[in-house]
Design a binder for this molecule. Sequence first.
Ligand code: BGC
Length: 352
Amino acid sequence: MSISKSVFGLLKGEKEVELYTITNKNGAYACLMTLGAGIQSLYIPDRDGNLGDVVLGFDEPDYYTNPDLGYQGLVVGRFANRIRDAKFILDGVEYHTPNNQGQWTLHSGGRFSFNIWQVEEATDNSVTFSFFSPDMEDGFPGNFKMKVKYTFDDDNVLRIEYSILSDKRTIANPTNHSYFNLSCDPSKTVEDHLLQINADRFTETDDDQLTTGEYGELKGTMMDFSSMHKIGDRINEPFRAIIDGIGYDNNYCLHNSQIGRLAQAAILADEVSGRKMEVWTDLPGIQLYCGGWLEKEGNPGKNSNGAVSYRRGAALETQFYPDSIHNPNFPFKLVEANEEFKTTTEFRFSTL
Ligand code: BGC
């Protein structure tokens, strides 16, 4: 294992963004950037050993901070996904979060993800980023320090360990927002990728994609991925929880999940290259989002390939169910004052 450090580029022409590249014995490597503690590239072998970049993204930092380009590869915090009415009550106090979409908050307003993080530690197979968000920043209580440790190993596993310390009781829902395309040919959509999600239920949503607190059964619906099949098989079928033309952008309730215990959540695979990725997490939910809100063309992308476009990648965002703070029946864990809150997600690569 080895690690090297380089300069990725300048954010807004001034702030340097660093890139840490961890390489394993297979030559596979992960490029992790101080911007949003993000995954900038991830080169993984296909069944013949040829390396290819399995995540969408850009060659220049500024694009990453445009929320319309979908938070490519970034860590989302403090609270990923939606908060209804851009406010919540905790211990009798009402807090107001940024109203950056409709009547709600998406991804905490975005600012948290678009910062440059500090590097706490780098070893030959890991890098730990940290970020401090002061009390009431974006409306959230607590002086909030978050660490994100990436470890890449010789078995082609990328582990993400999130750790949070706050001086007040608060809420958190950290995730990584990478969009995977295992063909490494993002001129194609991910509709031919195979997907399995270990869930029988999903969280029902209203017309604004906000959770209603109800659960829906997946069996027999176009959202059912409990056995592996192509993403594109039924993606265009009308369904009450799907916005016309957008396709999948929904939270799945992982069965056998127990907060704090790592379990397999999903498998994504590409039959042509043979690349396969398992997602493991200790969180109860996963958002499947196939980039349906991205423009069909005209967006930038690495090597000017325009890949950050409609349906070119599948994001598998491990999370607490969206808006858990408003839905007492959802499994959820608060961040307690001065107690470390931890969660882990792994992307495990192999071949079919
Ligand atoms: C959301 C999408 C959103 C995307 C990029 C996903 O987590 O569910 O609706 O477009 O993030 O912000």
